[in-house]
Design a protein around this ligand. Structure first.
Ligand SMILES: Cc1ncc(COP(=O)(O)O)c(C=O)c1O
Length: 322
């Protein structure tokens, strides 16, 4: 809303994300233009963005291209150096969907930058399942742009610029004070929770390496991608997501052993019923569709103990060795 997205405008994002990303675009009457993901990080593939922009310009030369929305999925930043270059070349603002990636970092032009600090603005979610979770729903928009910040501040209270005087049509987008109180206190612990999640991810990686399952191509573990030599993405592991052969059976088997897992996301946005009007079909985004059939998120929360992770890895190994 703050970027002035209007009916008929185009907004670029990936189909491998939570519904909210595409829903926000459609509620503005704008048209989501999807581009496929990179199969390693599950985030927007810069070459695919370039192609999608070119295609849109060729097919609909009159259309306004209003935003690019990369998703920092599972706690890892998208390839922001390349994505920003493509967006800037085309003069399109970038909104970082950092709902899952508060505190994630990206090695950017020899400097490390945080999620939300690279694009024109970014969004955070404080839904309870997030690394910084409130006791209910909460979220935030982050920007370094003063003008944009002012407009967002007005939009969040029904577009009210001074008491009962409405400059824009906004909404009730306030963050509840009670949730803010919870978040202020939890924020003090966030860095240590990130570190604990990262240690858990490393523990899983080592245990899976030792299990030989990856070598046998039965599973694939997530890895933080090196963007520049010697510098690693700071992945905050909101989710520790593996790819697994016979994923659904594995999920059921783990459930029976008391291990909760989740599939983010079983059905990509381009083939959701409510987005049929966008005109996409199955097969349009093969990497997103492949990921949807293979991904499985394992427990990675900070309080997890090594014995519990051993139980998860042993149960997965037992499933494949049956
Ligand atoms: C990638 C992504 N975008 C957007 C959202 C929306 O956040 P919220 O549920 O706080 O509205 C979420 C949260 O679930 C998400 O995971």
């Amino acid at each position: 809303m703050a970027l002035g997205v209007e009916a008929g405008d185009a907004v670029f994002t990936t189909p491998f994300t939570f519904f909210a990303t595409g829903g926000a675009v459609s509620r503005m009457g704008a048209l989501t233009r999807f581009c496929d993901i990179d199969p390693v990080t599950y985030t927007m593939d810069p070459d695919k963005l370039d192609e999608a922009i070119d295609r849109e310009k060729r097919k609909n030369p009159g259309r306004n291209l209003k935003a690019v929305v990369p998703i920092h999925l599972f706690g890892q930043c998208a390839a922001m150096d390349k994505l920003l270059a493509v967006a800037q070349q085309n003069g399109i603002p970038v909104i970082e969907d950092s709902a899952q990636a508060v505190g994630a970092e990206f090695p950017f032009a020899m400097k490390v930058k945080r999620a939300c600090a690279m694009g024109d603005c970014g969004i955070l979610s404080f839904f309870p399942s997030k690394n910084l979770g409130a006791f209910g729903d909460a979220g935030m928009v982050v920007t370094n742009n003063k003008k944009l910040a002012e407009k967002i501040g007005i939009l969040r209270v029904h577009g009210e610029s001074s008491r009962y005087h409405h400059k824009f049509i906004g909404g009730n987008f306030r963050l509840d004070s009670l949730q803010a109180l919870v978040l202020r206190i939890k924020l003090r612990h966030l860095e240590s929770w990130h570190e604990k999640r990262r240690m858990n991810a490393e523990y899983y990686n080592r245990a899976f390496d030792a299990s030989g399952l990856e070598e046998r191509e039965l599973i694939k573990t997530p890895r933080a991608v090196y963007r520049e030599v010697g510098i690693q993405n700071y992945h905050t592991y909101n989710q520790y997501v593996i790819r697994a052969v016979r994923r659904n059976d594995l999920k059921t088997c783990l459930q029976e052993k008391g291990i909760g897992t989740a599939i983010y996301y079983p059905l990509p946005l381009h083939i959701q019923e409510c987005f049929a009007y966008l005109g996409y079909k199955k097969g349009d985004f093969p990497e997103a569709e492949k990921a949807a059939g293979e991904v499985l998120a394992l427990p990675v929360y900070p309080e997890l103990e090594s014995a519990q992770m051993d139980h998860v890895v042993e149960s997965i190994a037992a499933f494949y060795n049956k």
